[in-house]
Each structure stands twice: as C-alpha cells, then as structure tokens.
Write a protein that binds this ligand. Structure first.
Ligand code: NAG
Ligand code: NAG
Ligand code: NAG
Ligand code: NAG
Ligand code: NAG
Length: 335
C-alpha cells in the first residue's frame, strides 16, 4: 500500500512538474484552451493514479476495501462454465434443477460434454486481471429511462458492452449505442446476433444447455416450457455459458436468497463485476415517471417487472444502489 502510494505520488509529481514547466515555458495560463489537452490527458491516463490492483483509477478490488463488499465478492467463483468446473456440488445441482422444475432432466455431464464439442471450452477467459488491465464495461438494461438519454456514444466507448434478452440497437443508437460485445439470453428470450457478438447463455435447466447445442447445429429442440427458436444466428466460436455455481453464488451471497432467483439484469451486473475493472450500469429501474417498460416499446407494465414473484426487484435495486454508494459501480439513471 505504502509503496504503491509512493509510486503514484512520484508519478503525479513528475506529471505536475512537466505541466508546470510547460506552462512556464510557453507562458500559458490555466484559462488557455490549449491546456485542456493536459487536463484531458491527465484524466485519460488513469494509469498515473492506479492503485496497483488494476490499470484504472478505481478498481473493483481496492487495497483497503469495504468489509461489506469483501465479505461478498469472491473471485474464486468463476462466472463461466467449462468442462473442468462442470462438476457441480449436489447442493448447487439440486438448487439449479429446481429453478424451473423441469421433469426428468438428461444426464448433466453427458449434456456438458456434447455442448463443449460444439462451443469452445476455454478455462482461462477473463482471468487476466492485473496492474496493466483497465477493462471498462457497460451493462445495458432495457429500461425506458434510456429513451432520450443520448448515452449512445458513452456506452459505445466501453471495452465490453453487455445487452440482454430482446434488446435492439437498430433505431435507438443515439440513446443505447450500437456496439454489443456480449448478449445475455436464455432459450425463451433468444435473438439472432452479429458474428462478432458473444452469446452468453444463462441456463435455468439442463434442457437449456441441450437447446443451445441444438440451436447451433441440428435445430431439433423446438420447445422448452413454451415454443422457442429452434435455430439462432450466432457465431458458435463465441458462445459462453453462465456457470450454475456462479448463479447460486449471486443468489446466496448477493441477494441473500431474496426472490426465487436473480433477474437477468442482476446476473449480468455480477458477471461484469467479475470480469471488469470498472463497471457502468445503464437502463436499470423505472423511468422518471416511475413507469416500467422497455426502451423500444410503450407498453407500460405498471410494476409487473419489479414484482414478478420470481425476482425481488426491490432487493436487487437496494444492492445495486449500495454498490454504487461504495463506488464499485456507476449508475447512469437516464431520463
Ligand atoms: C469463495 O468461493 C470458493 C469456491 O466456491 C469457496 O471455497 C470459498 O470458501 C469462498 N470464500 C469465501 C470467503 O466465501
Ligand atoms: C451427491 O448425490 C449423489 C447421488 O444422489 C450421491 O451418491 C452422493 O453421495 C452425493 N454426494 C454428497 C457429497 O452428498
Ligand atoms: C451420467 O453419465 C456419466 C457418463 O456417461 C455416468 O458416469 C454417470 O453415472 C451418469 N450419471 C447419472 C446420474 O446417471
Ligand atoms: C464469423 O466469424 C468466424 C470466426 O470467428 C468466421 O470463421 C466466419 O467466417 C464468420 N462468418 C461470417 C458470416 O462472417
Ligand atoms: C430496500 O431499502 C429500503 C430503504 O432502505 C428499505 O425500506 C427496504 O426494506 C429495502 N428492501 C429490501 C427488500 O431489502
């Protein structure tokens, strides 16, 4: 801690000296617009102020951290499923199977094996945290509060941009941006993707893992508890699976078992917190009139989203606000 502060202080001193010296040399005053370059450069070069945990000014894991956060944030639970971590504990497996109570699930380990014959099994993805990395992430929810926000360029400037379920960008670029690096979905909410976008599947049952395998190959699975897309357009080299063990960790540790299970938005937020150094949240919650609806439609759902009986939106909202309070995430509230 002391050493890294000293290093930062030294870097800052050197920078301050350069700026002062340049000002002196060219007789600039602080009001001179050309100095905005320096201000901008200082702000952009977060590295000078980094605390050593990551390359950003503020990192997800700080050296002197908040006890509430450190008690919960567990980097050893990996958000993605791989062959290696697919041996779920009995507890996790049983909890996960009960989420949607599907009868007679297929043999999990056989399903996982078939799945990873179709999609890549990369156990090292995103495990690259370190003092050089400053990965900025935007988690973009679907709230109507994005309408008129003009957040598009800000969202698009992030390294990772996570969208979910039916979220369109076409026609809404000014407010929601146009880039999508990760699209989170489950069979019942699936959409076609660009070749470069990563599909992040949240499985709620064994059948969902069979569905993604099928939807990328034979198209034989056509329904779950409702009819679903039998095929989707997506790059099968860019498919990731949300780890059921991580799912349970989010529910137990972050939601303290409120609601039946976490919402897609909350699961995406925790995913981002585990793979990013800096997380910004857009399009969460109601609009400024207290209405709950999607940014792409005008169907007001009158609180239906908040209290579906499945998710505890109030509690998720409380935890999200607490994370912002503790400067772990930035919330962009929209309009
Ligand atoms: C973090 O997760 C790992 C793996 O699930 C577990 O063994 C460990 O006890 C957890 N640590 C804390 C502090 O909860
Ligand atoms: C997990 O469940 C299996 C089958 O139900 C059982 O054979 C095994 O002993 C259980 N393991 C533990 C650690 O409880
Ligand atoms: C699932 O399949 C594996 C591999 O074929 C087998 O070893 C295991 O016993 C099966 N589990 C159950 C519960 O049938
Ligand atoms: C999509 O990307 C893959 C590489 O990840 C490439 O092999 C394939 O040709 C691309 N498909 C299209 C339609 O661009
Ligand atoms: C959320 O926070 C509010 C205000 O602190 C509190 O009244 C409410 O009980 C909390 N709700 C849940 C579900 O924790």
């Amino acid at each position: 801690m002391y050493l890294s502060m000293q290093k930062n202080f030294r870097a800052f001193t050197v920078l301050a000296f350069i700026v002062t010296f340049t000002m002196f040399l060219f007789g600039f005053t602080l009001r001179d617009p050309s100095l905005y370059f320096f201000k901008y450069a200082i702000r952009k070069s977060d590295i000078f102020f980094s605390n050593g945990q990551c390359g950003c000014q503020q990192c997800m894991t700080e050296l002197e951290d908040d006890p509430w956060f450190t008690e919960r944030f567990n980097l050893s639970v990996h958000p993605l499923l791989s062959r290696r971590n697919s041996l779920l504990t009995n507890d996790t497996y049983r909890w996960w199977q009960r989420l949607q109570d599907h009868k007679d699930p297929a043999n999990f380990s056989e399903v996982v094996e078939k799945l990873f014959q179709v999609i890549p099994d990369n156990d090292n993805l995103y495990k690259d945290a370190g003092p050089e990395r400053c990965r900025t992430c935007a988690v973009v929810g679907n709230s109507g509060n994005l309408k008129g926000s003009r957040y598009g360029p800000l969202i698009d400037s992030s390294d990772v941009i996570i969208r979910m379920n039916m979220a369109p960008t076409s026609g809404f670029e000014e407010d929601v941006g146009s880039r999508t690096t990760h699209h989170v979905m489950y069979p019942e909410s699936a959409v076609d993707l660009e070749n470069t976008t990563i599909l992040l599947l949240i499985p709620f049952k064994t059948l969902d893992l069979q569905w993604i395998t099928s939807a990328l190959t034979t198209g034989s699975i056509k329904e779950t508890y409702i009819p679903v897309r039998s095929r989707i357009k997506a790059n099968k080299n860019r498919v990731l699976i949300y780890n059921p063990a991580f799912f349970k960790y989010v529910y137990d540790t972050w939601l303290e078992n409120h609601g039946r299970y976490p919402s897609t938005g909350f699961l995406s937020l925790l995913f981002a917190m585990h793979i990013c150094d800096k997380v910004s949240v857009y399009g969460f919650g109601a609009d400024r009139y207290g209405n709950w609806h999607h940014y792409w439609d005008n169907n007001y759902h009158g609180g239906e989203f908040r209290k579906t009986g499945v998710h505890d939106g109030d509690h998720e909202n409380n935890v999200t606000l607490l994370l912002a309070d503790k400067h772990k995430i930035d919330i962009f509230r929209g309009f």
